[in-house]
Design a protein around this ligand. Structure first.
Ligand SMILES: [Zn+2]
Length: 226
């Protein structure tokens, strides 16, 4: 995917060529443009089309930014289970999960992110601990302890002493990806680096490791909410 500048902002551009005559422009998500066009449309025409539609692109992009605001979140998926989210102004900040609903009460809209981050982290630690224990038992692996953080760019890590650390937001990913991340870190208990033997051992625990790893690189952080 190539990068282009529109109105001083960097966008990634994906060109899909198919049997069609016209040119279609779509903003897939924030800062991501998709163009569908014929097999023969020259690049220079595509660039002109983009520059002619500059205002529209910038406007749509702003809208997409706002869409992601936490106060507009209606649904959160935790380990493959969907939860409805209800946000409400209140005198105190809280987050409660009852059945398939997450109730977020906030004193100020700007605090929603903080509330979700703090409360969901506690739930995430419990879920991650349970699953680490289960998978470590299954493969007879010994770890020291499990903790959670919110490092937006990393999914997990394993220290030399055998402590495992995870980004709490991995509970928002599909179950097989969640398990893949745990198995990746558990594999580091035996092989510290990412050498050939690391991937071979991981493949033993996770048959779909390659597919899962690719998915994670492409989609992983898109599912994160804070
Ligand atoms: Zn690793």
């Amino acid at each position: 995917m190539e990068k282009i500048l529109i109105g001083g902002k960097e966008f990634s551009l994906e060109i899909k060529r198919k049997s069609m005559r016209s040119l279609r422009l779509r903003l897939k998500e924030k800062n991501k443009i998709e163009i569908s066009t014929s097999w023969i449309t020259p690049k220079i025409l595509i660039k002109k089309f983009l520059s002619d539609n500059r205002e529209w692109i910038l406007n749509q992009n702003e809208k997409l930014k706002h869409k992601k605001r936490l106060s507009n979140i209606k649904k959160i998926t935790i380990l493959g289970e969907s939860y409805e989210v209800e946000t409400k102004k209140s005198s105190r900040d809280s987050l409660v999960i009852i059945d398939k609903k997450i109730f977020v009460n906030y004193s100020e809209k700007s605090k929603i992110k903080q509330i979700i981050d703090k409360k969901m982290r506690i739930l995430a630690l419990r879920l991650i601990k349970e699953n680490v224990k289960r998978l470590a038992n299954k493969y007879d692996l010994d770890y020291v302890k499990v903790s959670v953080k919110n490092q937006s760019s990393r999914f997990g890590s394993c220290s030399h002493s055998g402590s495992l650390n995870f980004n709490w937001q991995i509970i928002l990913l599909p179950v097989e990806i969640f398990e893949h991340i745990i198995l990746h870190e558990l594999t580091h208990l035996t092989v510290r680096n990412h050498s050939k033997s690391f991937w071979e051992l991981l493949a033993h625990y996770d048959n779909n490791w390659h597919k899962n790893n690719l998915w994670l690189k492409r989609e992983g952080t898109k599912k994160f909410i804070v």
